[in-house]
Write a new protein. Structure first.
Length: 383
């Protein structure tokens, strides 16, 4: 049952402070970054005064509510943590002292992580002429339900108890994922050790399937994330809008490689749901030879430190987007080719790990939703 707490204006419990300081060249100053989406405040760096362009700054102190007047509506706010005490902020940020006889900063810190507080900032930014800047008077008229201090302490303790349980579950999930990855790495080393080597062209040659573009059709597209994080689906290519791109057909089981990001692990095996999609000409598709190599084993090897070193060597250049993979050099990369049955076993192990990771991902979504749900109940008086 929802409890009845008095409604209080933010202006009744918060007072804006302007603790001005003139920056001196020989002093050093800590500066802040306020993350968007309610992700809190961190100390960005500490720099000498001579490197700070605007000499008129303001001091922010631990326990204060600090907001960006420009991006508060995007979640750029938070209670300043103790380790950020006495940092400097520009006039684009506002600091508010809380009435500690009525409000516990930790209680309000949790409230700032709710959708309700974002809505406060949006409402206080609407209808202005200054690019939706936060308006102080409108912000301070927003109302919250404010329980007595003892109840605030109880709510904070309960939230932190539940948050600790969520963090423990998240830590366990991360440990399980690390163990799964370590198991696959050990299995790969076991069957790759002492195996004969072949050039990639002899195990999984480059196979291109050009697509004839029809103007009235659209083509579901695919791309690959860096760091071995798999494939993802892009908005479809519209035939009438295709100009310089030369799409190629991708089939399930292909090894899909970005020719501009291969050096940082943009390689993946196309899944069943990727079958029939198209990649741009910036993607290479390699198809393992049946009875010689399997896609999962080959791709896994290319993503090991040894494999990525060889891929990097086949991607000349020093600048980010100029490190284009040479298809010819890529095909010359030597890879271990153990008995085919062992690779099939490794692929089945990868499939089992993928299934476990999918369950882990579903659990992660549920865990991510728990704290917002807890906070919503807390500030409705239902916790």
């Amino acid at each position: 049952m929802t409890k009845t707490w008095p409604l209080v204006r933010l202006g009744d419990v918060f007072r804006r402070v302007k603790d001005e300081v003139m920056v001196e060249e020989d002093e050093s100053y800590a500066r802040l970054t306020i993350r968007m989406n309610g992700n809190g405040i961190v100390q960005r760096d500490r720099v000498p005064g001579r490197e700070i362009g605007t000499k008129r700054q303001f001091i922010a102190r631990a326990g204060q509510l600090v907001l960006s007047k420009i991006d508060a509506r995007n979640g750029a706010f938070g209670i300043l943590p103790p380790h950020c005490d006495n940092a400097i902020i520009t006039g684009n940020f506002w600091a508010f002292d809380a009435d500690h006889e009525r409000l516990i900063p930790r209680f309000f810190d949790y409230l700032t992580k709710t959708r309700m507080f974002v809505d406060f900032c949006i409402r206080a930014s609407e209808g202005t002429t200054n690019r939706l800047y936060l308006q102080e008077d409108q912000f301070l008229t927003q109302k919250i339900m404010l329980p007595p201090l003892a109840e605030q302490r109880r709510i904070v303790a309960r939230i932190e108890e539940l948050a600790a349980q969520i963090n423990e579950a998240c830590t366990l999930r991360e440990e399980i994922e690390r163990d799964l990855n370590a198991m696959l790495a050990a299995a790969h080393r076991q069957i790759a050790a002492g195996a004969p080597r072949k050039q990639l062209s002899e195990a999984a040659p480059l196979t291109r399937r050009p697509v004839t573009v029809e103007q009235e059709r659209s083509y579901p597209a695919i791309a690959v994330r860096s760091f071995g994080r798999g494939t993802f689906h892009k908005p479809p290519l519209v035939g009438s809008e295709v100009t310089w791109e030369k799409p190629f057909l991708v089939k399930a089981g292909d090894i899909l490689v970005s020719n501009i990001k291969a050096w940082e692990g943009a390689l993946a095996v196309a899944k069943s749901e990727d079958d029939g999609r198209v990649g741009s000409h910036r993607y290479l598709t390699c198809v393992p030879i049946q009875g010689v190599a399997t896609a999962r084993f080959v791709c896994f090897h290319l993503l090991t430190p040894e494999g990525l070193y060889e891929v990097g060597e086949a991607s000349p250049g020093s600048a980010d987007r100029n490190r284009t993979l040479s298809a010819r050099a890529f095909m010359r990369i030597p890879i271990p080719v153990p008995e085919y049955s062992k690779q099939v076993w490794f692929d089945s192990l990868c499939a089992e790990v993928d299934a476990l990771k999918r369950l882990q991902a579903e659990t992660a979504v549920e865990l991510d939703a728990l704290l917002p749900a807890i906070l919503d109940r807390a500030f409705k008086g239902e916790l």
